[in-house]
Design a binder for this molecule. Structure first.
Ligand SMILES: [Zn+2]
Length: 153
């Protein structure tokens, strides 16, 4: 299980275990390119928290971005969280997951019209390509990501 209390805090990086060698890497909220393992250079999962102050930089990424608008009190969000963690690993190097707590970031919630959560938004270099409302099963999310990746190439 993920540590939701951790994600709700003021952390400005994510931590990703390298799928290839197991080394833990810090992953920045904003960066050009994509994170690679410091030890073996493999693509590492990119899953980071963001808020109203950091969201612009967080979404300006070259891999496809999956924005997760969630809140700690939202039961369905807790079901989606671990799925997004798995997807960030399976799509390492091709997908960046950005998690925004809508309670802490009303500006971002309003901008992306997160009236019901979870709301998932796929963005290609900042442009919205798909919105997914509610807790969807993993194959539905993977299909949306595949479709968006195919369109970006
Ligand atoms: Zn590695």
């Amino acid at each position: 299980m993920r540590d939701w209390a951790h994600n709700a805090g003021m952390t400005d990086t994510g931590i990703a275990r390298c799928p290839s060698c197991g080394t833990k890497n810090r992953t920045p909220v904003s960066a050009k390119g994509k994170p690679r393992c410091a030890k073996c250079q493999a693509d590492v999962p990119w899953l980071v928290p963001a808020d109203d102050a950091t969201i612009a930089g967080a979404l300006d990424a070259s891999p496809l971005v999956l924005l997760d608008l969630w809140a700690p009190w939202c039961g369905p969000c807790r079901m989606v969280g671990p799925i997004l963690e798995e997807l960030s690993t399976e799509y390492a190097g091709r997908l960046k997951v950005v998690e925004v707590n809508v309670d802490d970031s009303p500006g971002t919630a309003a901008k992306f019209d997160a009236r019901s959560i979870p709301t998932l938004v796929l963005l290609n270099r900042g442009d919205v390509v798909e919105r997914i409302i509610g807790a969807q099963p993993k194959p539905v999310l993977a299909a949306a990501i595949d479709k968006a990746l195919a369109a970006t190439h």
